[in-house]
Design a protein around this ligand. Sequence first.
Ligand code: IMP
Ligand code: MG
Length: 193
Amino acid sequence: MPAAKKTAMHPDLAEVLLTEAQIKARVRAVAQELKAVYGEGEFTIISLINGAVMFTADLMREIDNPIRLDCIRVSSYGSKTKSIGSPQVIYSLTLDIKDRHVLVIDDILDTGKTLSLVSKLVRDLKPASLRTCVLLDKKERREVKIEADFVGFDIPNKFVVGYGLDFAERYRNLPCIGVLKPERQNAASWSAS
Ligand code: IMP
Ligand code: MG
């Protein structure tokens, strides 16, 4: 018999900010917002891996337009909860996006450095249009002047994990989004097991 899905809050979370059901409903609504803008037309999604994988996969399945998908990897926080220095592109695009309608998707807009770096890279490749979509927006933390065209949820300035978002590569598989307990925000507390 398949194991029952756990419904209790993960013990490393201090609180659940967004439940699985809330995320699902909002992803559907964002898909409608995209539809209102793109109509029936084709567009190319550029997903920032790894964080945006869950959001991208769920959002794409709510959209029936013809879609092309490419991924880009930008250096991340490592095992810290605050971004340091400038992000770097580690793995870049393979699809040609010249004269294409492009939608860049990320999990969270924080300082804005990552999204502005990727937006510049995309813009330099001369797409027909460029729009951005993030699941979460931590407006309070912005350092670079940038706003996303589509936002799932505005959230307070707390370090969150789950639904693709990680701390030290853990917790991406949680179906909800929650705030990590302060005592777990320390990579040294992890064993290699
Ligand atoms: P930014 O460049 O500061 O806007 O950071 C964006 C990236 O930082 C996102 O793509 C996430 O990978 C990561 N990030 C920012 N805030 C959080 C968080 O609360 N939890 C997990 N990752 C985060
Ligand atoms: Mg990320």
